[in-house]
Write a protein that binds this ligand. Structure first.
Ligand SMILES: [Zn+2]
Length: 327
């Protein structure tokens, strides 16, 4: 009997125990290699690009380099998503491993408990990892000639709690009784390929974005929602009416449904409330997890860490709590 991939030995190439057994020097070497793969871990000055730098550690032993070209100091994380890091490098590797090992998402409270961090620090760290994952989706195009892509939408956020007494309850299907915070997550997903999510007010508002992100010649599959009618003018579209079947005559949106299943479980099981400014980040995280689900966990960790080391300091979270909460 064939074993599910995730249960095989090939799927488990890195454990948290291994990360914690790493010495400081090993963790440092790992990050150096991820940051400067071109020079096999030899430091490259972020200011002038010189490869001539000498080791100039801080008094506490944390790694720092001084460029012989321009004389500036830099660290392994200068100019990356983990710039001005406060924790030892091994803790970041552990955080990424914990984050990747969870298949639906990681609760930020659980992360703060796992690593002994404050909730705020765990919140920022998790969002930085989402930012790293999103880096792969920049400018991504889905499909191509002979390829099949699926389009679907799911609604998230803006939950309105029903009143206790029946006579006080309102019809939450009516627009005037909604919070206005409910948003549509749109997914465009290539079968056996990559996914791309986005957040819009409605399905209709997403049409020009969808058209711009699906390559010409792609066959698009969508459900019966009238919002998708406009796609027929641009692509060959196959429709599936979910009231009749989930898959009929080769038409289905099951890859897209699989994505929403993961995002919905992340919402219900881990985050409880995903809405507003960060909804897109959670949507991107779920897309990354979907696309990388068959990668061994060690490769996933390496990929996220590599992305974090290539990405500039966080746009969302640099000094986040200083800006948002005075204490
Ligand atoms: Zn320099």
């Amino acid at each position: 009997m064939s074993q599910h991939f995730l249960l095989t030995r090939q799927a488990k190439t890195l454990s948290l125990a291994q990360v914690f057994r790493m010495s400081d020097a090993e963790a440092e070497a790992t990050f150096r290699f991820l940051r400067w793969p071109e020079t096999k871990g030899k430091p490259v000055c972020p200011s002038c690009g010189s490869v001539d730098a000498y080791d100039c550690r801080r008094p506490n032993g944390s790694p720092r380099f001084r460029c012989k070209g321009c004389g500036k100091d830099f660290s392994i994380t200068s100019g990356t998503l983990f710039a001005s890091h406060k924790l030892p490098l091994r803790a970041y590797l552990a955080a990424i491993a914990i984050f990747c090992n969870e298949v639906k998402g990681k609760s930020m409270l659980a992360m703060s408990r796992d690593l002994g961090l404050s909730y705020k620090a765990a919140f920022v760290l998790c969002h930085k990892m989402r930012e790293a994952m999103a880096e792969e989706m920049k400018g991504r195009k889905i499909g191509g000639a002979g390829k099949v892509a699926e389009v679907d939408a799911g609604y998230f956020g803006g939950y309105v709690k029903p009143a206790n007494l029946k006579e006080d309850r309102k019809d939450r299907r009516l627009h005037r009784n909604q919070s206005g915070k409910r948003k549509a997550v749109i997914i465009v997903r290539e079968r056996d390929g990559n996914s791309l999510p986005a957040v819009f007010k409605s399905e209709g508002a997403a049409l020009s974005w969808i058209k711009s992100r699906i390559s010409d010649g792609t066959t698009v599959h969508a459900d019966e929602s009238a919002a998708w009618n406009a796609l027929h003018s641009r692509f060959e579209v196959k429709r599936i009416n979910h009231r009749e079947a989930y898959s009929l005559d080769g038409a289905s949106t099951n890859w897209a449904e699989e994505y929403f299943s993961r995002l919905r479980r992340a919402e219900i099981g881990h985050h409880h409330h995903i809405a507003g400014a960060y909804l897109l980040r959670y949507a991107q995280e779920a897309a990354w997890r979907e696309d990388c689900r068959r990668l061994p966990n060690g490769s996933q960790v390496e990929r996220v860490a590599g992305l974090a080391m290539k990405r500039a300091p966080s746009v969302d979270f640099c000094g986040y709590w200083q800006r948002h909460l005075p204490n």
